[in-house]
Ligand binder design. Sequence first.
Ligand SMILES: *Cc1c(COP(=O)(O)O)cnc(C)c1O
Length: 476
Amino acid sequence: MMLYKERMIHHASYHSTRSTALKHSFEDILLAGLAPDGGLYVPSHLPHLSPAEIMRLAQLPYAALAYEIIALFVGDVISPKELRNLIDATYASFRHPAVTPLVQLDHQHMILELFHGETLAFKDVALQFLGRILDYVLQKRSEKLVILGATSGDTGSAAIAGCRGRASMDVVILYPHGRVSEVQRRQMTTIYDNNVHCLAVDGTFDDCQAIVKTLFVDQEFRTQHPLGAVNSINWTRIIAQIVYYFYAAFRLGAPSRAVAFSVPTGNFGDIYAGFLAQRMGLPIHSLIIASNRNDILTRCLTTGRYEIEPVVQTLSPSMDIGVSSNFERLLYDLHDGDSVALAELMASLKRTGGFSLSPHVHQKLQQYFMAYAVDDATIHATMQQEYARSGMVIDPHTAVGVHAARQAQMHAGRDDVVYVTLATAHPAKFPDAVQHATQIHPALPRHLHDLYEKNERYTRIANDVEAVKAYITRLH
Ligand SMILES: *Cc1c(COP(=O)(O)O)cnc(C)c1O
């Protein structure tokens, strides 16, 4: 009993990647985004599961497994019974009884469908949980929070779906007016709960993000209006994503069979969860970073140099990023927790737009990951080919992953490994690209059938920090 308790306390302690001096509880980091030193929060000890524990977990349905894994990271902020109820409610809201079902593409390739949540992208898996646990903690403390975020697509709608109707929070999402796809925009602007606020900014996504960043560092404003972040650096999102690696691997015969995962990657949150699953004891054959033409990670894996280049628009817009913010967490691990070395790399990134990995760290990166970059022509061809071969209609992000998985399998030349590609979005979320490649117009799931008929509700706002401040100030 004592041992168990001690372990829970250990696991629920966190610090920044850039300095290990200050320790925080799960509750602290749930409500915070970045650490004050600019780093990301990581657990002081990563739980490790024994082979016997893994055998036990292998039998569990999704929500029960999610409870076992998430509880290791949460500590005593919530009672086991209440956590279990909260997780059951989270995953009961998904449209498929397996929550994240596997579908076979061919003998060696599978798709892990992560898009059965409310907004049709994998972000629902984590944000539905985050919204609920945040609400629980805020209510316990009798506090209120304004969830503030900028979105170029999937995050905004998933955050709104996770937070809508909760009395403990308002959710304010900034998006660039006229620059998000119609499905993505309507998934935000047709949610009518009083605590949901969509701000259409006269500017670009970068402008939106700059406004959000300015407000987060404005201490005076934040004292008057407590702000919460739900972007992809939020640790709680990562832990909810660890679950489906275990779940999928178990369905395919883990732990006695190791499977490979190919992950359409932008900010490195999703694949980092896979890396954690592996370090926690799940046998994984390989982790494949699938990038589009914004290939900072693939270049880094090949050359050892991490260097920012201008972002280009692609057919997989949710992966159009210049830097992968969660990569900092991996670098911290690959430097064996040397936060001083890490702070130096990050300072160099800020100063010069890049840094070089030491040969030792570069070698470790190549040992843990493979990486492939996929251009638009190949994304298009992959959607076309997969449809021709199996009748499977996949979205452009998933296509990046499938192509990378096929490359990896060719290079490995092994026929005893199963490759699982994470399907990060439903094809109906990107209907134009899908129709162009397959001539199939992907239908929206039933719960969104009237998405295109509904009235939209949003506030057009100037590209100006003061205007957004004034909006938030008027909320209460
Ligand atoms: C967010 C997103 C990604 C990228 O995930 P990261 O965790 O940022 O690497 C990939 N595909 C889709 C559809 C997304 O919405």
